[in-house]
Write a protein that binds this ligand. Structure first.
Ligand code: NAI
Length: 338
């Protein structure tokens, strides 16, 4: 291992640069706020540090023959070709717990935004009409919240929902019985959760097993008039199913911080210039229908974005890199924990 590791940061916003540099003395550091691509990627960096919206493809991994570690400044790691990293024995280190309250608070904001018709209410007043007619919402107290994925973020949302006096049920592929007892919710099957919940909130990682977890078949099993919240990953929901759910009023509303192939929204040049199998024209059209629907609230993958969370993200990423430099790999997601 070279004495002075070269670290290439991508997607780092200008206001963070000084902080990162101040913490990385002893390393050779290159900081860019650009997105990484196969043409601009540093080919002599020992470590690539990237934000979540930056895909690290097989080609990028293979092009950089010096690469020894990838640090992702996020919890999710589906933007990184994990198989290629594993094949090249490159650890991929994430930030496991920076935002359990941060993301759960955003999920709760989406829930309240929908159930209290916050956006049409604000819009109406801003347009000069001070009138509540047609803006009736629903209480959370006494309603059933179905949490899919009871890890860090899901568990935090459960705690908050208890404060609202909601009934809480949950589904997880790996139920945590101690947590169930401690927080006073009940695990159930996915189908029962869909049938019984007034509000469903998704908090699982995007894996082959969770891709289109909500799909054309099981969206029909959702209780008529329920709200669907997704702050995890867009591809957990089949967008075609979601459009059907909204247009048929099966869903009263959807609160989404993430969309499938969200990187293509408003990036139409990329869609036009891509080769056939990469083209996501249909998904992009469906996303626009979802965004424009009056019963949806869509935020631009912003749930992580609080001042406190960003500080924690940077600190854990820097710790991941420094620990790797000392020969101890921590938070490596290429090593299965379950
Ligand atoms: P976590 O790893 O603590 O919890 C995930 C839970 O999902 C675990 O309890 C796990 O057992 C469960 N799970 C795994 N596979 C499953 C399956 N097949 N079916 C059902 N449950 C399954 O993760 P955490 O910290 O709660 O984050 C959840 C997700 O939130 C992340 O993977 C990430 O994609 C997303 N996220 C989104 C952010 C945003 O800005 N919108 C920010 C941070 C995370």
């Amino acid at each position: 291992m070279p004495k002075k590791l070269k670290i290439a940061f991508y997607g780092v916003w200008p206001e963070m640069k000084d902080y990162v540099r101040s913490k990385m003395s002893g390393f050779s550091v290159a900081i860019s706020n650009e997105k990484i691509s196969e043409t601009n990627v540093s080919t002599d960096a020992d470590v690539l540090a990237v934000f979540v919206e930056i895909p690290v493809t097989k080609k990028i991994i293979e092009k950089n023959t010096h690469l020894k570690m990838i640090a992702t400044m996020s919890t999710g790691f589906d933007h990184i070709d994990l198989a290629a990293a594993k094949a090249n024995k490159i650890p991929v280190c994430n930030v496991p717990t920076y935002g359990e309250n941060t993301v759960a608070e955003h999920a709760m904001a989406l829930i309240l935004g929908l159930t209290r018709k916050l956006f049409p209410s604000v819009k109406r007043v801003k347009e000069g009409l001070y009138d509540f007619h047609g803006l009736r919402g629903v209480d959370l107290k006494g309603k059933t919240l179905g949490v899919i994925g009871t890890g860090h973020i899901g568990a935090h949302l459960i705690k908050m929902a208890s404060g609202f006096e909601m009934n809480i049920i949950a589904y997880d592929a790996f139920p945590n019985k101690d947590l169930e007892k401690k927080l006073g919710f009940k695990y159930t099957t996915l189908n029962k959760l869909l049938a019984q919940s007034d509000i469903i909130s998704l908090h699982t990682p995007l894996l082959p097993a969770t891709h289109h977890l909500i799909n054309k078949e099981n969206i029909k099993k959702i209780k008529k008039g329920a709200y669907l919240i997704n702050t995890a990953r867009g591809a957990l929901i089949d967008p075609e199913a979601l459009v059907w759910g909204l247009q048929s009023n099966q869903l009263a509303g959807a609160g989404l911080d993430v969309l499938e192939d969200e990187n293509l929204i408003q990036n139409y040049e990329q869609i036009i210039s891509c080769s056939n199998d990469e083209c996501k024209i249909k998904t992009t059209l469906l996303n626009n229908i979802i965004i424009d629907h009056p019963n949806s609230i869509v935020t631009p993958h912003n749930a992580f974005n609080s001042a406190e969370a960003i500080q924690r993200i940077l600190d854990v990423t820097i710790e991941n890199i420094k620990s790797f430099a000392k020969g101890k790999v921590i938070n490596d997601v290429t090593v299965s924990k379950k």
